[in-house]
Design a protein around this ligand. Structure first.
Ligand SMILES: [Zn+2]
Length: 66
């Protein structure tokens, strides 16, 4: 436990598949959403994507819960 910080995209978080805390690679992706076809404007929402380095399970979570 001598390391503090340093790793920017490695997060130890609980994995639903492993059912334990594992190392995840975390990245932020902008996902274009077209909820309304009448609306010419597409909104790009940042998603927090994480991938378990143990089982490879990926999930994404929308960062703006508006
Ligand atoms: Zn896992």
């Amino acid at each position: 436990m001598a390391t503090t910080g340093g790793v920017s995209n490695g997060m130890t978080e609980p994995c639903d598949v492993c059912e334990t805390s594992t190392l995840h690679e975390v990245s932020i992706q902008l996902v274009t959403e077209s909820m309304n076809e009448d609306n010419a404007q597409y909104s790009r929402e940042p998603y927090r994507v994480r991938e378990c380095t143990r089982c490879g399970n990926r999930d994404s979570q929308r960062m703006n819960n508006a």
